[in-house]
Design a protein around this ligand. Structure first.
Ligand code: ADP
Length: 479
């Protein structure tokens, strides 16, 4: 079985979100199951220093009226598509002032270059495209590149449906596709071209990154206008929960921590807490519950809920450490809270992997009150680090955290705290419940231990993907 991933991001070369982690780890996990995998990704500026060898594949592509000659590099199983005018830029998709204006052309070129490259090196059994940037791949496999990929099946994974790759209709000639595909059953979406819709309607199977999110996106509330399309494709829509990379995120081996620890030998966690408090300028108070939060500061992540309740919560004996960046409105509001309560909250507006690890290890609770969450990684890391997650029960959060309730506590299956309503009251109540539980040492230890025992390694997810690929190549798409 040969599977080619077409992805706009891949760890360790480029990353803006969880998609990059998936496309770094899943191919490797599949390789462990004897699947031959490769990944095709853009040669952004941040990939240029990677040791790689040149790949000979003479390719010329017309993007609208412009003839482009991409070149290729290879680092292990990863192929980079180089085309400096498009990819040798500071950001992946834009600058802090907005998206690059030529993103349609950039990702048309990327998809077509991937199709050309794979035809040269080896036509795969499965083309597995990720997110809108690769959304045209399933369409190309059925149209412009049909003869080369006649036997190839296509899978399209949605990591976040809110990012759709919408472009004005006059970008249609850039795609090289006939105008007949600008149709409400295909690429057209309210008068625009939708790259994500291309992937949804033309792929043999659609996957999203948790079973709950797969159900949610078929509803008007979470479907981002595409719920009707997704309901039509329900028979080939699968939810497969992401795994996490325990080689990087494991408190027993984490080299980024001042001290390692495990459920059996937990002492190191206290050292991590002290180090985190020190680094963030908070009082070193071992008994004060410390709440961590990491993520993009965008509407999705429930920052408005946090802002609605934080000042009230800070009246209690609690500390917060927050790491993230994003919407200037949220950044300013959070920094304002820090100015008023520097003794209780530390707000770190930056991207800092080392601090992310220290927060996971040094916090007692991890807050993730997302409005929606396709999968989410931080709550899964938190479980492994004995940092009890407090989550809104949506998408992957609902699929990975078992909320504490009388029955789950009695059975010992609870791993965190969860609330359903997207409301400040629900968040405040749940936080108070969690903070109260923190002081019941015996029950808290049990909660931590149950979380640390959870196994969300990639192997499990990779087996589900493999089953899907096998079903497709055998002629059915049932995973
Ligand atoms: P999303 O993909 O929606 O951004 P996820 O929870 O799935 O959210 O994945 C986010 C990943 O990015 C995690 O690995 C998280 O640790 C990391 N991350 C997010 N923001 C920051 C930040 N400011 N500094 C360091 N790591 C971050």
């Amino acid at each position: 079985m040969k599977v080619a991933f077409i992805s706009p991001e891949v760890v360790p070369y480029s990353k803006t979100g969880g998609l990059a982690d998936v496309c770094g780890a899943l191919p490797q996990a599949l390789a462990g199951l004897d699947v031959e995998t490769c990944v095709v990704t853009p040669g952004y500026r941040c990939t240029k220093s990677a040791p790689a060898e040149k790949v000979e594949a003479p390719v010329r592509i017309k993007v609208g009226d412009t003839e482009v000659a991409p070149t290729f590099r290879r680092a292990g199983r990863v192929f980079f598509v180089d085309c400096d005018p498009y990819f040798d830029r500071e950001g992946l998709y834009g600058t802090p002032n907005g998206d690059y204006k030529d993103n349609a052309a950039r990702f048309v070129l990327f998809c077509r270059a991937a199709m050309e490259l794979l035809r040269h090196v080896a036509v795969p059994d499965v083309l597995h495209a990720h997110d809108w940037q690769a959304g045209l791949v399933p369409t190309y496999a059925r149209t412009l590149y049909r003869s080369a990929y006649e036997k190839t099946k296509t899978v399209f994974t949605i990591h976040n449906l809110a990012y759709q790759g919408l472009f004005w209709h006059w970008d249609m000639p850039l795609t090289g596709l006939d105008w007949k595909h600008f149709h409400w059953k295909e690429l057209e979406f309210f008068g625009k071209i939708s790259f994500v819709k291309a992937g949804l309607v033309h792929s043999d199977a659609v996957v999203t990154v948790s079973p709950t999110y797969a159900r949610e996106i078929q509803t008007p509330q979470h479907g981002c206008g595409l719920d009707g399309v997704l309901r039509e494709r329900a028979s080939v829509l699968h939810g497969i929960l992401n795994g996490v990379d325990y080689a990087e995120w494991n408190p027993e081996t984490d080299a980024l921590l001042p001290a390692c620890y495990s459920a059996r030998a937990p002492a190191g966690k206290s050292s991590c807490k002290a180090a985190l408090q020190k680094q963030c300028g908070l009082p070193e108070a071992p008994e004060t519950p410390l709440v961590g939060m990491i993520g993009r500061l965008v509407e999705q992540k429930g920052i408005d809920l946090v802002l609605a309740v934080i000042e009230d919560l800070l009246k209690e004996d609690v500390q917060f450490v927050l790491l993230g960046s994003g919407d200037p409105r949220y950044q300013e509001a959070l920094l304002g809270v820090q100015r008023r309560r520097p003794d209780r909250i530390s707000v770190n507006i930056k991207f800092d992997n080392g601090l992310a690890h220290l927060i996971e290890a040094g916090s007692d609770l991890f807050l993730m009150p997302s409005r929606y969450e396709p999968c989410g990684l931080n709550q899964i890391y938190s479980l492994k680090y004995g940092t009890v997650p407090v989550v809104r029960a949506t998408g992957g959060l609902a699929d990975s955290v078992v909320g504490a309730a009388t029955e789950t506590m009695k059975k010992g299956t609870a791993t965190g705290f969860a609330f359903a309503d997207y409301s400040p009251v629900a968040l405040a109540d749940t936080m108070r419940r969690a903070l109260g539980a923190y002081h019941e040492k015996k029950a808290w230890k049990k909660l931590m231990a149950a979380g640390m025992k959870q196994d969300f390694s990639w192997e499990k997810s990779a087996r589900q993907y493999l089953k899907l690929y096998e079903g497709l190549t055998r002629g059915s798409s049932n995973a």
